[in-house]
Write a protein that binds this ligand. Structure first.
Ligand code: NI
Length: 136
């Protein structure tokens, strides 16, 4: 029996969407106000879904305390209250869209979550705009 266990987390971060090789005009055309050169912030909401078999002894797919600690150490401590473009090396070359932040988070967590379990990351950039990535 496969069950999905989910943990919700939160971080605040600033970013600017722009492609270095493009002119300011082209960046504005493509990214609009999200390309504002003085950056802007979001209250990101993160949902981590772990899907796997329920251990017959412990009754758990994953210990939620362990998942909480992984998210805190591996994601929140890296991204919370940061300027993604300036403070996170990965986003010096990759545009920090919700899509790319979601992939970044998934890649980190995938290394920490038992490979027998499926992993899906959902990232809300606003209450209405959110993206999902499951490694496919
Ligand atoms: Ni933005």
């Amino acid at each position: 029996m496969k069950v999905t266990v989910s943990r919700r987390a939160h971080f605040n971060a600033a970013h600017r969407l722009f492609v270095k090789d493009w002119s300011d005009k082209k960046n504005m055309e493509v990214f609009g106000i999200c390309s504002n050169s003085n950056y802007h912030g979001h209250n990101y909401e993160l949902i981590v879904d772990i899907r796997g078999d329920v251990d017959p002894i412990t009754g758990m797919v994953i210990d939620l305390k362990e998942l909480k600690d992984i998210i805190k150490i591996e994601i929140e401590d890296i991204l919370d209250h940061k300027n993604l473009n300036l403070d996170v090396d990965y986003f010096k070359k990759v545009v920090p869209t919700a899509e790319n932040i979601c992939i970044f988070i998934w890649n980190i967590l995938r290394l920490k979550i038992d490979s027998k379990n499926d992993l899906e990351v959902t990232l809300y950039e606003t209450t209405r705009n959110f993206v999902k990535y499951s490694g496919k």
